[in-house]
Design a protein around this ligand. Structure first.
Ligand SMILES: Cc1cc2nc3c(=O)[nH]c(=O)nc-3n(C[C@H](O)[C@H](O)[C@H](O)COP(=O)(O)O)c2cc1C
Length: 444
């Protein structure tokens, strides 16, 4: 039974950071910061997520080392392990496909630097090799310094990035559809390998891309890998409403999450899509322990280890604006619109209206959950929070941002997953094989 016919359940993805999402996590005594180059570590982490029956493991990406802050990478490489050094996520999920059985595997790939044919081929390949578990997080990228690794001085402007992204995704889906199901005949006796009548040119003609096709990878088990998107600006929401099947978002409060949820479902319906086929999964950082007091202690210990410049380096990169031009011990003046991630600047500016933080304090804060919601407490309290958002029209699930890896992930799976299962809010066994089946999404 797929979850679309079953009772509505919470969908859970792991937004995997190898030491943890708290920027200081790699310094925590329990983490194994050096193991990010070691496949056996990914086997351990993905295996854990699979034991917990989670929907998917997700890898983000950024092309290069964040160095917008002060126009140098010093603050990043000093203090943020996973932004300084990591493995290529598309290659990595291909390896994770081979060492897992059931869990969905999604990676980020930008529409701003590469070509649709390559991306279509990569994700169709992963979908085959994983037996239908692939997802593509479509991003437009946020910083000019990434563009400098692709023979350009700067990113296209925000609107043009989304125009290019739209063409990119239209070309990719056209290529994925260029092989019909059943085109591969393998008829040895008749001497026909594939049915030419079931393979089509894509003939995509846009301003940015002209792609003829057909793809040279047959239609993949899911028909199309699952499309994930995370833009929250006006252009980003419009794009997500047209194409995304899973939407990631940073929502600090129940009210903001409810309003985002209602808005995205309404926009999807306006584009002629079924709102149930767009799953909204805000990020959440669960800091869970046997008791609330213990969970608070964990959070305090992580906060003590934080380098505030790490938070400022991350934020500068995401908004594509060098915050080092402002004094550290004064409040951040109001910024005009930025060319990077507009929705993130709005969240930060809104918070600064009520909390008068200096830039240094903002950096310390941002290095925690980067404006994503934290859920700190006992397993029951964290489950209460998830239930309230899920049943209160704020989400279809969560993108779990574990603060310390693997510790917080183990605790969540040992303590919170059984609590959600007891409440009938989460599966006790996988009921499907593909990521689409886990998410209750139809096969296109
Ligand atoms: C949970 C989450 C994960 C994201 N992951 C990435 C990523 O891996 N790479 C990236 O370049 N942008 C990432 N983004 C940024 C978005 O893809 C998008 O580019 C950004 O939100 C800018 O959109 P906006 O200007 O429409 O708000 C992420 C955003 C969120 C909320």
């Amino acid at each position: 039974m797929s979850s679309s016919t079953a009772q509505r359940i919470i969908h859970l993805g792991v937004f995997l950071d190898v030491s943890g999402h708290y920027a200081s996590a790699w310094r925590h005594p329990s983490t194994q910061a050096g193991r990010f180059l070691d496949l056996s570590y990914y086997k351990q982490l993905a295996g854990l997520a699979e034991q917990g029956k989670l929907d998917m493991v997700f890898l983000s990406d950024r092309y290069g080392i964040p160095d917008v802050y002060g126009n140098r990478f010093d603050a990043t490489v000093r203090s943020i392990s996973s932004s300084s050094a990591k493995l290529d996520p598309v290659t990595l999920i291909t390896a994770i496909a081979a060492i897992t059985e059931r869990i969905g595997i999604a990676a980020t790939s930008s529409t701003s630097f590469t070509e649709p044919f390559l991306t279509a081929r990569q994700f169709a390949t992963i979908d085959h090799l994983s037996g239908g578990r692939a997802g593509w997080n479509v991003v437009t990228s946020t910083s000019d310094n990434e563009a400098r690794n692709f023979s350009r001085d700067r990113l296209l402007d925000h609107e043009a990035r989304y125009e290019r992204a739209q063409e990119f995704i239209e070309a990719v889906t056209g290529l994925w559809d260029s092989w019909e199901d059943g085109a591969l005949l393998l008829d040895k006796a008749g001497g026909v390998f594939a049915d030419a009548a079931k393979i089509h040119y894509a003939h995509y003609q846009g301003n940015y891309f002209q792609v003829r096709g057909p793809l040279d990878v047959p239609r993949s088990p899911q028909g199309r890998p699952v499309i994930i998107q995370a833009g929250s600006s006006e252009a980003g929401r419009d794009f997500a409403a047209r194409f995304a099947e899973v939407i990631f978002t940073a929502q600090p409060t129940l009210q903001s999450a409810q309003s985002f949820y209602a808005d995205m479902k309404r926009r999807a319906a306006a584009k002629g899509r079924s709102p149930e086929q767009v799953k909204i999964m805000p990020g959440v950082m669960p800091i869970v322990a046997e008791s609330e007091a213990e969970a608070r202690k964990i959070e305090a210990s992580l906060s003590e280890l934080v380098d505030p410049l790490a938070g400022l380096a991350l934020l500068s990169d995401q908004i594509n604006y060098d915050l080092s031009v402002h004094p550290l011990d004064e409040p951040l003046p109001e910024l005009q619109t930025v060319t990077g991630m507009q929705s993130r600047l709005q969240l930060v500016s809104k918070m600064l209206q009520t909390e008068r933080l200096t830039l240094r304090e903002l950096g310390r804060f941002y290095a925690g959950s980067r404006m994503h919601r934290k859920a700190v407490g006992s397993p029951e309290q964290v489950a209460d929070f998830m239930e309230e958002w899920f049943t209160g029209g704020a989400c279809d699930g969560f993108n779990l941002m574990f603060p310390i890896v693997p510790d917080s992930m183990e605790q969540f799976i040992r303590l919170v997953v059984p609590e959600l299962q007891r409440r009938g809010l989460f599966r006790t066994e996988y009921t499907g094989r593909t990521l689409r089946e886990h998410l209750g999404l139809p096969r296109p």
